[in-house]
Ligand binder design. Sequence first.
Ligand SMILES: Cc1cc2nc3c(=O)[nH]c(=O)nc-3n(C[C@H](O)[C@H](O)[C@H](O)COP(=O)(O)O)c2cc1C
Length: 402
Amino acid sequence: MARSVDPPHIVNIEDLRKAARRRLPRVVFDYIDGGADAEITLRENCRAFESVIFRPRSAVATPACDTRTTVLGTPVSFPLLLGPVGSSRMFYPRGEEAAARAAGEAGTVYTLSTLSGCLLEDVRTASTGALWYQVYLVGGRDIASATIERAKKVGYSALVVTIDTAVAGFRERDVRNGTKELLTRRLGPMFPHVWQFLARPGWLAGFLADGGLMKFPNVVLPEGPMLYADVATALEQSTVTWRDLRWIRDLWQGPIVVKGVHIGDDARRAIDEGADAIVVSNHGGRQLDGVSATLRALPEVVAATNGQVEVLMDGGVRRGGDIAKALCLGARAVLIGRAYAYGLGAGGGPGVSRALQILRTDFIRAMKLLGCGAVSELDGTYVEAPADWHVPTPRQLSSHIS
Ligand SMILES: Cc1cc2nc3c(=O)[nH]c(=O)nc-3n(C[C@H](O)[C@H](O)[C@H](O)COP(=O)(O)O)c2cc1C
């Protein structure tokens, strides 16, 4: 039976997280929820939002609060996009299609991961909204270029090139939960860990009815679609470098978004190699643990890009107020990962829609309480960041693309 994702059951993203934990096997929930190593960066991403304080204008009426904006020329109903989340089909049957559909219905962009469990053509058919395609070079350039060609053909409008995954991050939870053993699909190694699936019969029935797929259908190797079990090795063998970025620039005429920038120097390099937008991202604390929270890194990158490209950020967005803070510090929009992945795990497409509804309603309320009537008016004067963050003055920040 589908569980309710409505209030009073589900009021915020943390409620969706708890609901996902109740529905998913531990190994799947921890794959979404966990981070690398000691999970310092995972926690810091969220904590950084708590360190930024609002400075509202009171006694301002904003009856028609305009949350619309554009990202790379694409109109979005509010400044939030769905970032790439691999293996979403593990969270819910046809997960990527359900998430893309919900994003389209909410008037925003869905980004499909290379490590999707659904065919990119099926995801295109499922959604009426704009779609971006995230690129890893797993399997090599020839495999990637064939997939990029398919994405182009069916109308994905931008490529997101992730540059922070030289190797897969070390996720301790995955080791404890027996991810590697479960991926062998051999009874002996799997046996000590299968209880996790048996403890979630509803999820298991859905997973098996959906084909129990453990392959990436968009990464088509000569021997067939890449297996889940092969992804870590494939990532390590296909580190995306600046040279690859230039190759992708020659291959793809549409917009390119470089995801995984932490510092101003890399932002400038990305622009030199042809990026049209940058995502300040540490992969949600899943790669190098100990890097700065992305909100803290954002102003340096915004200053370094000097208005030449749009700057997006992701990491730790759990409330509408977080979106407002990121925009005040110079982001054009935010991407979310876990916030919608929890919704998908909790209740499929309706769970994703609920996550988006929560964040949008929250964001509008935050804007009204700030006394700010339009997204374009949010700037550094509405927030105070800790003194040791290198935040440019509001005047510098307002020079970013408007
Ligand atoms: C379960 C999961 C899978 C992810 N898979 C990918 C991926 O395939 N490609 C990618 O570029 N980023 C991936 N990410 C990172 C997200 O795109 C995003 O950077 C991150 O989730 C943002 O942090 P947040 O989860 O706190 O919103 C993944 C994140 C999660 C939680």
